[in-house]
Design a protein around this ligand. Structure first.
Ligand SMILES: *[C@@H]1O[C@H](CO)[C@@H](O)[C@H](O)[C@H]1NC(C)=O
Ligand SMILES: *[C@@H]1O[C@H](CO)[C@@H](O)[C@H](O)[C@H]1NC(C)=O
Length: 660
């Protein structure tokens, strides 16, 4: 963008030559700033409030760029550009375009680059791109594209760069790239779950940069094709990661570190393997023209985010034992130091310049020190999985204020304290599974307010202290395979109000009366939130059963304290009430399906009714002195039974009967 700004500045300083500009056409006389340089005319009409192509007039020059960014264009009509023959680069970003008529770009046979980013286009149809025979670069990021027509790009036989990130594409039609010689494809931030080999990947042999991040990848059998394909090109082309969204057990894992067995049952793998690859051009990278790469650097880098680094790294800034690659579209440096027998992070030399992602997976690192990451403020992802980390110094991640994903899984961490995570104010995903964590301080996560995902599975946790989740809005929590027997409702479970998924499997839950809190909490979660079962470890008679399907009365047959505490105290004053409550709950097989809120309402109703009934009974008893004490108790029990069976109709009938 600063390139264009400088164009504008340059043209502003050369106002003296204004009479000369007349020859470029009327557009250069008033509305737009024009500058000719090395045989190319740049016509800058940005932010001029242009609402239609009829507001401007054609340019008289044989080779020019037209910048219409930031205007108010809503629609591109057929033949809008038919008189713009010498146009090579057309910027239409940041308008309001939602409609593109067939033939809108007629006449632009020589157009090489078309920018349509930040508009409101919701579908890519074949007829959009009629006439764009020379197009090499197409940018449509930040639109609302949900639908891509099967032939959308079929006429773009020279298209090399296609930027489609941040749309709503959930699948790509087969053979969409069959005749398109793509070298760069950006699909970040869409809704893709799979990318099949047949009809898609098979046509992407010349791709040297493929961006697939931030899609909800479904890491199942179907993704084997993508994994195999990425391996076959040695991940050279992939600059972003494919991170699993589904299933939950693989959530957040990188596809490259998930085995095929994890993706797919062993016997089915062969079925999903892709056919043998034709010769893949490893030298494809060198076929990319430098100009194109630079182009890609400026446009998509800016379009995607302004906070990304603006200066490219020097080659010498990659630690010698690691490999680095530069993510072309946003200039982030990925540093790969996996399995290099590294023992000290400080040994990495030279320190990487402005890294975006650092993979230190599978080394021998025993400790993370305060100084280890103090020059990595722009870091987005840090992978320290499968090391020997037993100690994390206080504030070791203190400078990583932009870090979003931190992997500490597969280490020897045995306790968690707040100071370890100090400074991680942007952290969203924290992976601590497969450690030996026994002890979690109540304020551990207080410095990580944005935490969304927390994996603590496969540790040695016996409980979590009150306050652990205070102030967080966790969406995903994995506590599978620990030593948990109990979790308190108040101060722990009741803080988890935004949960989307939780896994409590493989814990020795103690299904005695105190577990009812957890059981009820589970029952009020929406369907699908609880992944896997919640199996009782004790007492013996319930071991192996899912607590969600055990009747409350079976869990807690004698003790009524828990239930009594949910019922207004005055209820106790009616003899026999607590016993009847249990009887009624016992007989109510649908109980487990009643949400908590309904439950509370029902109890409130019961309470009101019971007061009414008690009063009624009292009056009735006074009236009928002849009734024996025994009979009275019986009628009372019958009444309470009705009441607790949530059958209001018979209750009213009964009351009416009593009064008559
Ligand atoms: C993921 O793929 C599996 C296997 O094809 C399928 O059963 C499951 O529904 C998919 N999940 C989502 C969320 O699409
Ligand atoms: C319930 O009470 C009965 C009789 O008092 C007793 O035998 C039984 O062990 C008690 N069960 C539990 C789970 O406390």
């Amino acid at each position: 963008m600063h390139l264009w700004v400088s164009y504008v500045l340059l043209s502003a300083t050369s106002v003296g030559t204004v009479q000369m500009l007349g020859s470029y056409g009327e557009i250069c006389q008033r509305l737009c700033a024009c500058e000719e340089k090395e045989g190319i005319l740049t016509v800058s009409c940005e932010n001029r409030g242009i609402g239609s192509l009829s507001d401007i007039s054609p340019v008289h020059f044989s080779l020019y760029h037209l910048l219409l960014t930031g205007n108010l264009l809503k629609k591109l009509s057929a033949n809008d550009f038919v008189e713009y023959k010498g146009l090579r680069i057309l910027h239409l970003g940041n308008n309001d375009i939602s409609e593109v008529e067939a033939g809108a770009f007629n006449g632009l046979q020589e157009l090489k680059r078309l920018h349509l980013n930040n508009n409101k286009i919701d579908a890519l149809k074949e007829e959009f791109f009629f006439g764009l025979e020379s197009l090499e670069y197409l940018q449509i990021d930040y639109n609302y594209v949900t639908h891509v027509a099967p032939n959308a790009f079929s006429r773009l036989r020279h298209l090399e760069v296609l930027i489609l990130n941040d749309n709503l594409i959930s699948s790509l039609p087969v053979n969409i790239f069959q005749h398109v010689p793509l070298t760069h494809l950006d699909l970040r931030g869409n809704q893709l779950k799979v990318l099949p080999y047949s009809g898609l990947l098979e046509h992407m042999n010349s791709v040297v940069e493929l961006q697939l991040e931030e899609n909800p990848w479904n890491c199942s059998c179907e993704l084997i094709a993508l994994k195999t394909w990425l391996e076959s090109i040695s991940y050279t082309a992939l600059v972003g990661d494919v991170v699993c969204e589904f299933p939950f057990r693989l959530h957040g894992r990188d596809l490259d570190e998930v085995s095929k067995q994890e993706l797919c049952p062993r016997r089915a793998i062969a079925e999903y393997e892709m056919p043998p690859l034709p010769h893949l051009s490893t030298d494809a990278y060198y076929r990319t023209t430098p100009a194109l790469v630079t182009a890609s650097l400026t446009s998509s880098g800016i379009a995607r985010s302004s906070s990304r680094p603006t200066k490219g790294p020097r080659q010498s800034d990659c630690p010698t034992v690691c490999t680095c690659n530069l993510q072309i579209s946003d200039l982030g440096l990925n540093v790969n130091c996996q399995e290099r027998k590294i023992e000290h992070i400080s040994d990495l030399n030279p320190k990487p310049y402005n890294p975006k992602k650092i993979y230190l997976t599978g080394n021998y690192i025993p400790v993370v020190r305060r100084s280890d990451f103090n020059e990595a403020t722009g870091l987005d992802l840090l992978h320290l999985g499968n090391n020997r980390i037993a100690r994390i110094h206080d504030r070791a991640f203190g400078d990583l204020t932009h870090l979003r994903r931190l992997y500490l899984n597969g280490n020897l961490i045995d306790h968690l304290r707040a100071e370890m995570f100090y400074g991680l104010e942007s952290l969203q995903f924290l992976y601590l599974e497969y450690n030996v964590i026994k002890d979690v301080a109540p304020d551990t996560f207080q410095h990580i307010p944005k935490l969304q995902l927390l994996f603590l599975n496969n540790n040695l946790l016996k409980t979590l202290p009150v306050g652990t989740f205070n102030g967080l809005t966790l969406a995903r929590l994995n506590l599978r395979n620990n030593h948990l027997r109990y979790l308190p409702e108040s101060g722990v479970l009741d803080q988890l109000t935004a949960l989307v998924q939780v896994d409590l499997f493989e814990n020795p839950w103690d299904c005695s009366c105190s577990i009812l809190e957890l059981k009820m909490w589970l029952e009020q979660l929406s369907t699908g939130t609880v992944v896997n079962n919640v199996i009782c470890g004790s007492p013996k008679r319930l071991a192996g059963e899912d607590m969600r399907y055990i009747k409350t009365a079976n869990i807690c047959p004698n003790n009524s304290d828990i239930l009594a505490s949910m019922i207004p105290p005055s209820e106790e004053s009616i003899p026999g009430s607590t016993i009847t409550i249990e009887t009624s709950l016992d007989s109510d097989t649908q109980y487990s399906a009643i949400p908590l809120s309904v439950m509370i309402l029902a109890l409130l109703l019961m309470f009101i009714v019971s007061v009414f009934v008690a009063a009624g009974l009292f009056v009735a008893m006074k009236k009928r002195h002849q009734k024996s004490q025994n009979e009275q108790n019986n009628s009372m029990n019958a009444l309470v039974f009705y009441r607790l069976g949530l059958m209001t109709h018979p209750i009213i009938k009964y009351i009416l009967k009593l009064f008559h």
